[in-house]
Structure formats: C-alpha cells, structure tokens
Design a protein around this ligand. Structure first.
Ligand code: SF4
Ligand code: FES
Length: 211
C-alpha cells in the first residue's frame, strides 16, 4: 500500500544576501522503487522548481548526487525511500565542500585541488613509446592496482570522515591520506564498497618503509 512521505530539504543560496537557510517540507505519494532522486525530481517538477540538487547518470556511476540523508552521506539515486520506515527524510548538503545552492555542492573543484595536492599521477623519468604495445600485467596485480579506479569521486567518504571535520586540510580517504585516524566511516559509506581502510593501511606501510 502506498504511503505519503515527507521530504525536508535544506534550502539556502549563498549567492543571495536575502537568502536564509531553512528547511522546506514537501509531501508526496511514494511509488514502487522510488529513490530519493525520483522523489526530488517530482518535487522539482510539481512543487518547487527552485530546488537545486545535482545528478547526471541516475545509476550510481557519475558521483554527482551525494547528499546528507538523515545525517548520513549517500547517493540520492541509489537510496530507496522505502528504507525509511518513519516516512520522514531530511536532506542536507554534504559538509566539507563548497555549497553552491540547497543540496548542490562543488565536489569537482575539491577533487581537482586534492589531486594536485597529492600529485596523484605516475612520477617517472621513463619515456613511454606509444608506438609499442603496452607491457603485459598479471591479472591479479592489475586487479589490485586498478581496484580504486572504481571510485566515482562522489565525495561521500570525505563527508563521512570524522578526521576531516577536525582537520580542515585533511584530504580524506579518496586521497588516501596518511593523517587518517581510522574511524572507518569512509569505507562504511562508500557506495562502491571500496576497501579504503586496507588501502590506507597499505599506504602507511609503504610510507614507513620509505623513512
Ligand atoms: S572512495 Fe568511495 S565514497 Fe570516496 S569518492 Fe570514491 S566512490 Fe565516493
Ligand atoms: S546521479 Fe550519478 S551517481 Fe547519482
């Protein structure tokens, strides 16, 4: 049997001097398989055209739709409304990122800055001859090396990170940071189930070996 759910979404436009942060409340009929993305789209189409939130793929691939859902960061397009038995769902923008408007934050520039800070590219003097075939790699080594390539840069591990809340400069699990306090919220919340803690531990072992 369908039920009426309540979405409470934070609204605030930092570009406008007149804007004041507040929660807007919307009531709508829940449909089968309704995700937060579907609910928000319905709200925008039928109740509040001004409500801002991000999405591209609607399939957990682009990493655009991260937001705080009843206090925990999650992808709106992968979160079913039926998983909230009380029927009241409070949405806020993810902390740690620049707020653009309402539920929309700028993860792109943050990720770009983080990547430059940690110089996350291969540092080598070796010149690659692109006319030659790529060197073969054992599948097991390739799996281990490219596992973290499944990251969709959604920023959820950063928004969930207790260390980040205490140290604004901390780059979070997505940057595999050495200052991590192993609170494990990054791995608990990662929508791609990446083994972030074991990879951070691996980095720590490597850094210790370098000293
Ligand atoms: S590691 Fe996981 S939670 Fe963090 S940005 Fe990548 S996909 Fe998102
Ligand atoms: S819209 Fe792309 S991950 Fe949700």
């Amino acid at each position: 049997m369908s039920r009426t759910i309540t979405i409470r979404a934070m609204k605030y436009n930092p570009q406008s001097k007149l804007s004041k942060a507040h929660f807007a409340e919307y009531k709508l009929e829940e449909t089968d398989g309704m995700t937060l993305f579907i609910a928000l789209t319905k709200i925008r189409e039928t109740m509040d055209a001004d409500l801002s939130f991000d999405f591209v793929c609607r399939a957990g691939i682009c990493g655009s739709c991260g937001m705080m859902v009843n206090g925990k960061p999650a992808l709106a397009c992968r979160t079913l409304t039926k998983n909230f038995p009380g029927g009241v769902i409070q949405l806020m923008p993810m902390p740690a990122f620049k707020l653009l408007k309402d539920l929309s934050v700028d993860t792109g520039n943050w990720m770009n800055g983080m990547s430059k800070r940690v110089e996350s590219w291969i540092h080598t003097n070796h010149t690659v001859d692109i006319s030659k075939l790529e060197a073969p790699m054992e599948p097991k080594l390739a799996d281990e090396t490219f596992e973290l390539d499944r990251c969709i840069e959604c920023g959820i591990c950063v928004a969930a990170c207790g260390t980040k809340l205490m140290r604004p400069n901390f780059i979070g699990a997505v940057g595999l940071n050495f200052g991590c306090m192993s609170l494990v919220a990054c791995e608990d919340n990662c929508p791609k189930h990446l083994p972030l803690q074991s990879k951070i531990a691996y980095m720590r072992r490597k850094l210790v070996a370098l000293k």
